[in-house]
Design a protein around this ligand. Sequence first.
Ligand code: CU
Length: 166
Amino acid sequence: MKSTNFYFIIAVLLLSCNQKPKKEKFQYERIQENSSEVIQNNNIGNTIILNSNDAMLFDKKVIKVSSGEQVTLTLNHVGQIAKDFMGHNFVLLKKGVDVDDFGQRAILARDNDYIPEGDDIIVTTKMLGGGETDTIVFDAPEPGKYIFICTFPGHYQLMQGEFIVL
Ligand code: CU
């Protein structure tokens, strides 16, 4: 049983590696953090490409944008698993919002694509399934450090990062 699990994990890892476009390999500076691969943000201006995958990961832990300008953010789900099982979104939280509290409330908001009622978010993409993409355009908020997460149940602990407005 254990070895079956092991091979399954290896298969998933191989699958997620293979799905990364080869071109990206030379465009990002890679660093090690918490033993998982983190790809540094290397976007041009305020145009952000954020990828998510079947391994429940975003490819960026830090996104930096300039204040006073519009941000164009494209979220890609580069995996293959359907939205009901491996849905991903990008939700930018307002400052001071408790991530755990929000993440828990999101689980109950299934009918609203896991966006809970209230005034907690700056912007969100659609919830995506494998192969889907969504682009949003919004004004960069006040300079500072914000948190972005995926609100699909069970995802926000792994799928979160810093959105820094300079
Ligand atoms: Cu997700």
